[in-house]
Design a protein around this ligand. Structure first.
Ligand code: NAD
Ligand code: UDP
Length: 311
């Protein structure tokens, strides 16, 4: 049995990771400040004697003895991370310093939930890990993008300077049950709008693309990454390479929900990336032939069923 700390454990991805690691016989400590996460996401785990919940903010140091740390704490939806941009960058940077300091002290392995936003509005397509990205340092998305880029730098420097056992995964757009209905991200927005027969809000002309990964595939990928040899530090892209335009996503959601919703076009937010698709050759190579198993239709059906149950 390993003892594992998950920061941001009460969030969308964190709650799935807590559940999976607990089900596999580990002791899990879920740390969260509930900014975007909720106790509701992990309430079903509270009966387990091997599950512990801690209200804490990663911008302050935290001390505990664990074997592994998954550092997921950070709002991920543009609406939420732009709400208090200074807090967002503090969460990424100070959170990374605090978790790396802890890992160094207790000799734990530490995994950073990085992001495809590292690539900004990419000029290379699909995006391999070797691409340095095209990121605006002073735009609306910068607090998140640059915070995550700085966290990658910190992780790499703690590895080289202090020998901390680090793992960096770059997560591409992930969706599934337990996304917050008002989260603002495209999959949850479209499903909630379609289920209520409200207008589907397409930002821009809807020709921008994203590659959508179902949460179970991501959890499998990041757990495999944690299990790799110490020499494998990443960054490793984890995403589903099947790419769709936002218009295609809207049409699929309308069809799968039998909705009467109409499309409405709204202004495209600043610096919204025009295309995004992971090159997952490295993940396949180092993560024991990992690849996504759940494609968009199946994943959307599961996610729609979840939103139907809570709306
Ligand atoms: P989420 O907003 O549901 O979860 C983030 C969690 O972190 C929440 O529970 C929130 O309350 C907590 N948190 C935020 N600031 C904190 C702080 N200062 N201290 C302690 N807890 C804090 O988002 P998610 O989609 O589950 O994302 C989890 C991680 O994965 C994030 O680091 C995000 O950047 C990364 N990621 C997600 C995606 C995606 O598509 N979902 C893509 C790339 C990267
Ligand atoms: N988007 C949209 N309508 C919405 C929400 C998002 O058209 O109601 C678009 C958004 O402009 C972006 C894409 O969907 O081009 C994905 O947005 P999301 O916020 O989910 O993630 P990110 O931009 O961080 O990839």
């Amino acid at each position: 049995m390993k003892r594992i700390l998950i920061t941001g454990g009460a969030g969308f991805i964190g709650s799935h990771l807590c559940e999976r690691l607990l089900n596999e016989g580990n002791e899990v400590i879920c740390l969260d400040n509930y900014f975007t996460g909720s106790k509701k996401n992990i309430v079903h785990l509270l009966d387990s004697p091997y599950f512990e919940l801690v209200r804490h903010d990663v911008t302050s140091p935290y001390f505990i003895e664990v074997d592994e740390i998954y550092n997921l704490a950070c709002p991920a939806s543009p609406v939420h991370y732009q709400y208090n941009p200074i807090k967002t960058i503090k969460t990424s940077v100070m959170g990374a310093i605090n978790m790396l300091g802890l890992a160094k002290r207790i000799k734990a392995k530490v995994l950073q939930a990085s992001t495809s936003e590292i690539y900004g509005d990419p000029k290379i397509h699909p995006q391999p890990e070797s691409y340095w990205g095209n990121v605006n340092p002073i735009g609306l998305r910068s607090c998140y993008d640059e915070g995550k880029r700085c966290a990658e730098t910190l992780f790499t420097d703690y590895y080289h300077q202090n020998g901390v056992k680090i793992k960096i995964v770059r997560i591409f757009n992930t969706y599934g049950p337990r996304m917050h209905p008002n989260d603002g991200r495209v999959v949850s927005n479209f499903i909630v709008q379609a289920l209520q027969n409200k207008d589907i809000t397409i930002y821009g002309d809807g020709t921008q693309t994203r590659s959508f990964q179902y949460v179970d595939d991501l959890v499998e990928g990041i757990m495999r990454m944690m299990g790799t040899a110490d020499s494998i530090t990443g960054p490793v892209n984890i995403g589903n390479p099947n790419e769709f335009t936002i218009l295609e996503l809207a049409e699929k959601v309308i069809q799968l929900t039998n909705s009467k919703s109409k499309l409405v076009f709204k202004e495209l937010p600043q610096d919204d990336p025009s295309q995004r698709q992971p090159d997952i050759s490295l993940a396949k190579k180092v993560l024991n032939n990992w690849e996504p198993k759940i494609q968009l239709n199946e994943g959307l059906e599961k996610t729609i069923a979840y939103f139907q149950s809570i709306i």
